[in-house]
Design a binder for this molecule. Structure first.
Ligand code: ADP
Ligand code: MG
Ligand code: ZN
Length: 609
């Protein structure tokens, strides 16, 4: 018995609506049901699948937003074998990755659906067969789905000509654009060839278009609909929450401690299970995979764009089959991989955007079972990523956008109080209530409480100090942090006479670091790479262009500080403003001798004891 129609925003709900439902009262409904059960061997539809199928069979344009693993493919694969809709013939699917298309075609062939690929790797014979078939009125008996790379459409006039022939015999059923966010520069994976698809689409007026993506930001949506000329299209949207994923941001120490934390996740928490570790560089992927293999006996392999296609395919296949458990990859790995039991995704380095984060973590837990997402965050990586943006190609505006996307990621990492889901989903314009997280992210799970404090005065003191210090010699941000905290070992250096020395001695080291990193992020400070005496490029710090804005009070710097449980913060509770040098000496001595002696009556402190 099929379950009753389940509407609403819940993803992953299965339902085969009854024949009385308005969703099943179309001329094609019997064929749709038959295809689902007999050809795809599935028992029901997930959210919005049937709605999208009906829209395209009715000849309408459809924009389908569905999280990764939500089941977008069925929305166009099923209609491709239904000939009772408004249009019939061949469904053309544009998809960005060869490996992805090959997997899908192989899968469809198993279901006895006539699917083909056409791309630059096709043999002349295959190409001839496909082109010949496209001229035949009975084409849909031999060919139902044709996967095409965007390059093929933008570069091969022959391809376009054959589509025109197909259109002229009224057998171009629909044009499907999978991973449609590639059209938009706001997406995390912009592809110039995709942008040209708008021109292609305009050559075939009246042919229904279906665009599908898991990227739901408003600007991507608007871009895609506009670029593809999809007027009056139906938009299918749903919640992007992935309830079975847990989210955690971890502090990133040195290479050794990061590896140890990774090993803990890989060989203890998720022993023998499959997962992905994302790294920034190819070298890092290889290093980590090697260490995991050799030192910890984990079945791991690297994957990155520097490998030859055949090797890539093999590694991906062996991982999907379970020979390798852990793939250590750059973001080159992932789009379209269809492995249901990925139990963890680790970000060794923060991704370039929150969308990237959502997509990459979204590869975990497609089977609906509990899976973990872990991200290591350390400021050093931000510097590297900023550098990559500046060095990369792309015009000024693109770079500004990329910097903004990176800032969003940093903000997300530094926000230790708001639920991770609330933060990620807000980025996709979706409201989410914290209670529904049910303690499945680090922030909801944390017993610490945080308070947002105005650190603008500290910021001004820090910038003034840096300005003084760098006049004497080149200094690194870490030297500045030590001076600002009044590190004891600097007592005998000239730095102890600076105004800024020890201004932040009552703050947590982490908070002082955050203060400096935020200033770097917000251009109150800036770093520049110079050769040091030993011939290594080192980042030295100086004041940045925004110093004035903080000084004038136009710009504030707010930082979340932990208020419980943390003894040091509590005694310093009165010290949100930097104290004068005189006040400082007295208080500092007291603090060191009687660590818990002040503010005993503070409710915060009393509670934490
Ligand atoms: P997406 O493209 O949205 O990331 P896919 O189309 O690759 O997702 O589907 C993800 C997985 O979900 C596939 O293994 C697919 O077979 C499965 N799936 C899709 N729709 C259904 C359904 N209605 N019932 C059961 N499984 C489904
Ligand atoms: Mg897909
Ligand atoms: Zn949460």
């Amino acid at each position: 018995n099929p379950p009753k129609s389940a509407k609403g925003k819940q993803p992953m709900k299965m339902s085969l609506p009854e024949a009385t439902s308005h969703l099943m009262q179309h001329p094609w409904s019997a064929d749709v049901k038959n295809a689902l059960l007999k050809r795809f061997h599935l028992r029901g539809f997930r959210s919005n699948q049937l709605e999208a199928i009906n829209a395209t069979l009715a000849g309408k344009d459809a924009f389908v937003l569905m999280p990764t693993g939500g089941g977008k493919s069925l929305c166009y694969q099923l209609p491709s074998i239904v000939s009772s809709g408004r249009t019939r013939g061949v469904t053309i699917v544009i998809s960005p990755l060869l490996s992805l298309m090959e997997d899908q075609v192989a899968h469809l062939r198993q279901l006895k659906i006539q699917a083909y690929n056409i791309n630059s790797e096709c043999s002349p014979d295959e190409r001839k067969f496909i082109f010949d078939t496209l001229k035949d009125r009975k084409v849909d008996e031999y060919l139902q789905l044709l996967y095409v790379t965007p390059e093929m459409l933008s570069k091969s006039q022959a391809m376009i000509n054959h589509l025109h022939k197909l259109h002229n015999i009224r057998r171009l059923a629909r044009i499907v654009i999978d991973e449609a966010h590639c059209v938009s520069q706001w997406g995390h994976d912009f592809r110039p060839d995709y942008k040209a698809l708008g021109d292609v689409r305009r050559q075939f007026p009246g042919v229904p278009v279906m665009a599908l993506t898991a990227t739901a930001t408003e600007n991507v949506k608007v871009d895609v609909i506009h670029n593809l000329g999809m007027q009056g299209c139906e938009v299918f949207n749903q919640s992007f929450n992935r309830p079975n994923l847990t989210y955690e941001v971890l502090p990133k120490g040195n290479a050794k401690t990061v590896l140890e934390s990774i090993v803990e996740i890989v060989s203890e928490k998720y022993r023998g299970q499959s997962g992905i570790i994302y790294c920034l560089s190819r070298q890092k992927c290889e290093d980590i995979a090697k260490k995991l293999q050799e030192e910890y006996k984990v079945m791991a392999h690297h994957y990155h764009a520097g490998m030859v296609p055949q090797e890539k395919r093999q590694v991906q296949r062996e991982w999907q089959e379970g020979k390798y458990k852990v793939i250590v990859a750059t973001i080159a790995f992932g789009m379209g991989i269809d492995k249901a039991d990925v139990r963890f995704v680790i970000h060794h380095t923060i991704p370039k955007s929150l969308e990237g984060y959502y997509q990459e973590t979204g590869r975990a837990g497609r089977d609906g079972k509990k899976s973990g997402c872990f991200m290591f965050y350390g400021y050093q990586d931000t510097t590297a990523l900023k550098h990559m943006i500046d060095k990369g190609d792309g015009d000024y505006q693109q770079k500004q956008r990329q910097h903004q996307m990176l800032r969003n990621v940093v903000q997300f990492c530094e926000n230790r109080s708001d639920c991770r889901r609330v933060q990620v989903l807000a980025y996709f314009n979706e409201h989410f209530s914290r209670e529904n997280c049910k303690g499945c992210c680090d922030n909801c799970n944390s017993t610490s409480t945080f308070e947002t404090r105005d650190f603008t005065e500290y910021a001004n003191a820090a910038m003034a100090m840096v300005e003084q210090m760098q006049r004497g010699e080149s200094v690194t941000v870490h030297q500045c942090i030590d001076v600002f905290r009044g590190a004891k070992r600097l007592k005998n250096s000239d730095w102890q006479y600076l105004d800024g020395y020890g201004v932040g001695e009552d703050l947590d080291r982490g908070d002082v670091e955050r203060l400096f990193y935020r200033l770097l992020m917000e251009d109150g400070l800036k770093e520049e790479n110079k050769m040091n005496r030993a011939g290594f490029a080192t980042a030295y710090v100086g004041v940045g262009p925004r110093k004035r804005d903080f000084k004038s009070g136009n710009r504030k710097l707010k930082i979340q500080v932990r208020i419980t449980p943390n003894a040091k913060r509590m005694q310093a509770k009165t010290a949100t403003k930097p104290r004068s040098a005189k006040q400082r000496t007295g208080a500092a001595a007291a603090t060191r001798e009687y660590p818990m002696s002040t503010n005993v009556s503070s409710p915060v402190q009393a509670a934490s004891r």
